[in-house]
Design a protein around this ligand. Structure first.
Ligand code: PLP
Ligand code: ZN
Length: 413
């Protein structure tokens, strides 16, 4: 790989050659992929990028840890829309606001970016089987991207995973193990199984290439904003790989001179499960928390990528915000009603955080904000119906329709 130097441990600094099956450091630390930015600068310009027809995460090849000979994975991952939302900005009291709808990825979450990378690297490693444990979206994205590439998957999910995500797994033909326990317990079992059978490992934070896939969300946001840097980018946080990837992408662009400053990150967690934000807020080490939120994708009591996530929030002079399940459900409705964007609970947690920070007066009139919606609401319809209610239910009878409208003070004319 022409532009990759090595993997470097974020804890002890030890470096490793960038083999396709690279995992963690001997010290247990997580690795970061280090690039030769001078070489990238020499070969990649904004003009070259703009002329590229590829509309997927693979348009940023020079900034990705793959071999020249590695073909893009079959499903179209990335290049999701970035909508400017002037009405929502007005309601919240922000100068400008954009929503990046990453629920429009092929398996309907941002995790497709990491899973497509896992599939590309598994192919380089010559692996035939990939495995992971996941709260749900890493699993369904891996199962889908692997199926398209002809690879088999073994997937471990906690039994609480919403039906939509499990349905995806079964449809994509994964061997699915539903673990009767927490995400923490699910992760442990997957780890033992991966060690035993030697499958290619797509576990969050273990495989250092995954956040390189996730960082493409930052590359896209900045290209879609024509390299005009917003003041803040808000995102929901569970294991911490996504926010770490987002930050890595921004730093890459800064290092190659595509942007001239860096935005501040907004780390949004559920109040019932916010070990990383709590660590930032108290200045203490992170400690495990219960997984007490309906936002299943970020119900992560033992975050796997605490080191990188905390570093990202601190380096960016980021803000933390913890939102209740009720605030998450309100944000789901708000995004639906004002933007036509349907996010799953964890998907809209960043927006719930932006709204709360606006109400608290922490951000406001002078600020420009991008809020990333990380997963699609169709994955978890039970919670959406809980948040937004049931429809009017009547027989096919005009009189009953008039009655129903009158009762609800609906005036169609
Ligand atoms: C995984 C996920 C997140 C959080 O990503 P982490 O890397 O676990 O912090 C947020 N939203 C959705 C929809 C997810 O699937
Ligand atoms: Zn180390």
């Amino acid at each position: 790989m022409k532009y990759v130097k090595h993997g470097k441990c974020v804890r002890c600094g030890r470096t490793y050659p960038a083999a396709p099956d690279l995992t963690t450091c001997e010290c247990g630390g997580i690795l970061d992929i280090v690039y030769d930015y001078d070489a990238i600068r020499a070969d990649l310009t904004k003009e070259i990028l703009a002329a590229r027809p590829e509309r997927s995460m693979w348009r940023y090849r020079e900034l990705l840890p793959i071999e020249d000979s590695t073909a893009p994975t079959p499903l179209r991952v990335g290049w999701s829309p970035l909508y400017e939302e002037p009405r929502l900005a007005e309601m919240l009291g922000l100068k400008r606001l954009w929503v990046k709808d990453d629920g429009q990825n092929p398996t309907a979450s941002l995790k497709d970016r990491a899973s497509a990378m896992a599939v590309a690297k598994a192919r380089e490693a010559g692996a035939k089987v990939i495995a992971c444990s996941s709260t749900g979206n890493a699993a369904s994205s891996l199962a889908g991207n692997a199926a398209a590439a002809g690879l088999a998957t073994y997937i471990f999910v906690p039994s609480r995973a919403p039906k939509g995500k499990v349905a995806q797994l079964m449809t994509f033909g994964a061997t699915v193990i539903s673990v009767q326990g927490s995400y923490e317990e699910t992760f442990e079992l997957s780890k033992q199984a991966i060690d035993k059978w030697g499958w290619y490992n797509r576990n969050a934070a273990i495989n250092p290439y995954l956040s390189e896939g996730k960082k493409t969300v930052a590359l896209e946001i900045m290209e879609q904003l024509e390299w005009n840097v917003p003041d803040y980018i808000a995102i929901s946080v569970g294991d911490g790989c996504t926010i770490a990837g987002l930050w890595k992408g921004l730093k890459d662009l800064y290092a190659i001179g595509f942007i001239d400053r860096l935005p501040r990150l907004i780390s949004a967690q559920a109040a019932g499960c916010c070990p990383l934000n709590r660590a930032i807020e108290t200045g203490e080490d992170w400690r495990p928390m219960e997984e007490n939120t309906l936002a299943d994708s970020i119900a992560v009591g033992v975050p796997r990528n605490a080191d990188k996530a905390l570093l990202a929030i601190r380096e960016s002079h980021g803000l933390t915000v913890n939102v209740s399940d009720e605030e998450i459900m309100d944000a789901q409705k708000l995004l639906g009603r004002t933007c036509g964007v349907f996010g799953e609970p964890a998907g809209v947690t960043g927006t719930a955080g932006v709204r709360k920070l606006c109400e608290q007066g922490v951000i406001g009139r002078d600020d420009t904000v991008v809020s990333v919606v990380t997963g699609n609401g169709l994955k978890d319809v039970a919670n959406a119906i809980k948040a937004c209610g049931e429809p009017i239910s009547i027989p096919s009878d005009m009189d009953r329709l008039l009655e129903a409208f009158a009762e609800r003070r609906i005036t169609p004319d």
